[in-house]
Design a protein around this ligand. Sequence first.
Ligand SMILES: CC(C)(COP(=O)(O)OP(=O)(O)OC[C@H]1O[C@@H](n2cnc3c(N)ncnc32)[C@H](O)[C@@H]1OP(=O)(O)O)[C@@H](O)C(=O)NCCC(=O)NCCS
Length: 377
Amino acid sequence: MTLQTAERPGLKDVAVTSTLIGDVNGAEGSFHYRGIDAIALATSRSFEDVWFLFVEGRLPQPDESATFAARTAALRMPPPEIHEVLPGIARSGCTVPAGLRAALSMLPAQPMWDAPTASRKADSLRVSAMTPTILAALHRLRLGLDPISPRADLSMSANWLYMITGQEPSKSVSLAAEQGFIMAIEHGFNASTFTARIAASAGADIVSAVVAAIGTFSGPLHGGAPGRALEVLDLIGTADNIEPWVRDCIARGERVMGFGHAVYQTTDPRARMLKAIALELHEQRPSEFIDFAITVEQRVTELLAELKPGRGLHANAEFYAGVVMEQCGVPREMFTPSSMCGRVIGWCANAVEQSEDRKIIRPIARYVGPMPGKPAS
Ligand SMILES: CC(C)(COP(=O)(O)OP(=O)(O)OC[C@H]1O[C@@H](n2cnc3c(N)ncnc32)[C@H](O)[C@@H]1OP(=O)(O)O)[C@@H](O)C(=O)NCCC(=O)NCCS
C-alpha cells in the first residue's frame, strides 16, 4: 500500500481529535478550561470547584460545591491492598511517579468501552482523589518515615502539604499551592493528555489511561522539568555566572531547562501567575532565592533572544512552579508529583471524553527501512 502522507515532526499543529475540555492560545498567551480563563479560575475558585467543572462540564452551585468537596475528600484513602504494598514499592528504589504507576495499576476499574458514563466518572474521581495520598506516602516511606493519613477536613492543597510535611500549612501557603494545582489541571493537547486519550480510544479502563499518562508526564521535556529548572539555578549559583553559564550551555547544544514552550511564543500565562504568587510569598517572607530566580529569568530570556533568535523562548510554567513549590516547603523530588496531583484530573476528563468517541486512534508511521527480499540502499 502506498501512502501519500505529509509527516509532521512531533505531530506539530496536527488536530487528532475534538474536545470540549479546553484550549491554549499560544500567540495571545492564554489558556482556558471549558471556555473559562484558567487564570481567572485559579484566582476565584477552589480546586474542588474546578475539578467539578472538569467532571460535569459546568461550575457547581454553592450547595454542589460543598457536597463535591466532601465527596472527593472521602475518597482520598487508597484501599488497604494498595496501602499494604507501598512500603515494598518505596524500598524498590523507584522514583515517586514510578511508584504511583505501580500502585495505581492494582486498582480494579471497568474497561471504558463497557462502562456506563456514571461508572467512568466514579472511577475517575477515585483515581484522582487517591493520587496525592499515594504520592505523599511513597515520599515519606522513601525517607524512612511513616505515611500520614489524609484529613478530610482540609482542602486538597492543605491536605497535600500536610501529608508531605506533617504540618498544617499557613493559609497563604495553602492558597499558593491551590492556585498552582488549578493551573496544572490541563494545558491543551499536551503529550501526557494525548497518551491518556490513546489508551482511552482503545476502550481501556481509566486506570490504564492514567498510568500511561504518568509515564509520559515524567519525561524531562514535559512534567519532569521543575526539579531540573531549579537545578539550573543551583548550577548558575550567582548573578555573575548567568551569562557565561548560558553561553556555555547553548554552545554545547543543550537546553536551558524551564525555558521554551511548544505552543507559547510569548510569556507562558502560568509562569506569569506563578511569578506573581512567588512575589506575594516573598512579600510575606523575604527570600534571596526568589530575588535570584527573577534575576536569572530576566537575564536568561535576554540571552536566549540573542543566542536563539526568533524562537520566542521565555520562562515556562515549570520554572516558576519550582520556585513556588520550594517556597511552599515541597521537597524537590515532589515537584513533578505535585503537578500530577492536578494533572490527573485533566487526564481523567480527557480519557472519559475520548472514550465516548468509540474510535481507536491509530495513525501510521512512514516505513523507511529495507523491503523484504531487497538489500538496504
Ligand atoms: C518545551 C520544549 C520541549 C518545546 O520544544 P519545541 O517547541 O518543540 O521546540 P524545539 O525542540 O523544536 O526547539 C526549537 C529551537 O529552540 C531551541 N530551544 C527550545 N527550547 C530551548 C531551551 N529551553 N533552551 C535553549 N534552546 C531551546 C531548540 O534548541 C531549537 O533550536 P534550533 O532551531 O537551533 O534547532 C523545549 O522548549 C524544551 O526542551 N525546553 C526545556 C525543557 C522544559 O523546560 N520543559 C518544560 C515544558 S513546560
